[in-house]
Design a protein around this ligand. Structure first.
Ligand code: OKP
Ligand code: ZN
Length: 342
């Protein structure tokens, strides 16, 4: 399986998030990608840098004003004489204006963000754009006839919506890959999000569409991030009604329960008869993950990969979360190797 990765991911570094009352370095850190890279190289996969897709490719799934904001936010911040990481402090909640974008940078941060755990640093745009290009490159390889490809994206993307960012995500890499496939001859594309956290951004982007099926298996949002989306009764709207499937699972979920949900997800995906398949591959379902509560063991990831291969449809894997950094590479490579053996 070909792998696409950019060293520019490392430009997104130095931000902090609020964790248990303290500002701590983000769990989403550069070394994650280094561990994954080592593991896929050890597995013998060929690693290539992304193709130089133009920035307008992003506008197939994102709002132009939002993309401009991400590109210029840190420059605006520095123009005010500030430096370091930026986090929003106020959000437009119930009863406040959502039809006006404040002119100042602090207002814009709160307007476009949905949490205060996703810092923007000087290199964030370069890293996010490189990750988006990785996803587009993997999709282009599959469109050119490869059976599968893996985009080693960092930062991740599945929490980023049409015009919002959060959950360590800025541009929705998996949605960009999905739309690329739609634009290059694949009439029906299924997305399966196996990250521990609900892929609210991907759901948002494809909510009203019947050409893209979105299925997500994740921790129950009643107690798990992102809290405000990912419940079982969310099934899509308009033409997209019935084309979103959420399978929230409880704390402590083991492979037994997980694999039953995975079977249900794959049955629904099979009935959709997709022409291509995009997997939002988070491995924070692992028992050693510091911010998640499922209990998958390392040996379960190859089984997951094997199950995904049963669909027998061209497949793009896009990296999402996974924060047990020393084991992240083994777990990701486990899924990919299980898929290839499947
Ligand atoms: C991103 B992805 C820890 C709180 C966690 C955000 C979690 C984002 C997960 N202080 N906040 O889906 O893996
Ligand atoms: Zn996650």
């Amino acid at each position: 399986m070909k792998v696409v990765h950019s060293p520019l991911h490392a430009r997104h570094d130095g931000g902090k998030e609020l964790h248990r009352g303290e500002l701590v370095p983000c769990f989403e850190m550069p070394v994650r990608a280094d561990y994954i890279l080592k593991a896929v190289q050890r597995a013998g996969f060929e690693v290539t840098e992304p193709r130089p897709f133009a920035e307008d490719s992003l506008l197939r799934v994102h709002d132009a004003g939002f993309v401009d904001f991400l590109r210029t936010a840190h420059t605006e911040w520095r123009a005010l004489g500030k430096d370091g990481f930026m986090l929003p402090g106020a959000f437009p909640a119930r009863g406040m204006r959502r039809d006006h974008i404040p002119a100042g940078i602090n207002g814009k941060l709160g307007y476009y963000a949905f949490d205060s755990g996703t810092p923007i640093v000087e290199g964030t745009w370069d890293a996010a754009l490189a990750a988006a290009r990785c996803a587009l490159t993997a999709a282009s390889w599959v469109a050119e006839g490869n059976k599968s490809a893996y985009a080693l994206c960092r930062p991740p993307g599945h929490h980023a919506g049409h015009s919002m960012y959060g959950g360590y995500c800025f541009l929705n890499n998996a949605a960009l890959a999905t739309q690329y496939l739609r634009d290059h001859g694949f009439a029906r594309v299924a997305v399966l999000d196996v990250d521990y956290h609900h892929g609210n951004g991907t759901q948002d982007i494809f909510w009203e569409r019947s050409d893209v099926l979105f299925v997500s298996i994740h921790g129950n949002p009643d107690t798990e991030y992102p809290y405000f989306l990912g419940y079982a009764d969310e099934r899509g709207a308009g033409a997209g009604e019935g084309y979103t499937l959420n399978l929230p699972l409880p704390h402590g979920t083991t492979w037994d329960t997980y694999s039953t949900a995975l079977d249900a997800a794959m049955d629904t995906i099979g009935r959709f008869t997709p022409d291509a398949f995009v997997v939002s591959l988070g491995v924070d379902t692992y028992e050693g993950d510091p911010i998640s509560h499922f209990k998958l063991a390392a040996g379960h990831f190859p089984l997951m990969g094997r199950r995904l291969a049963e669909l027998k449809v061209p497949t793009v894997f896009v990296q999402e979360g996974g924060y047990a950094v020393e084991d992240i590479g083994t777990n990701v490579a486990g899924v990919l190797e299980g898929f290839l053996r499947g």
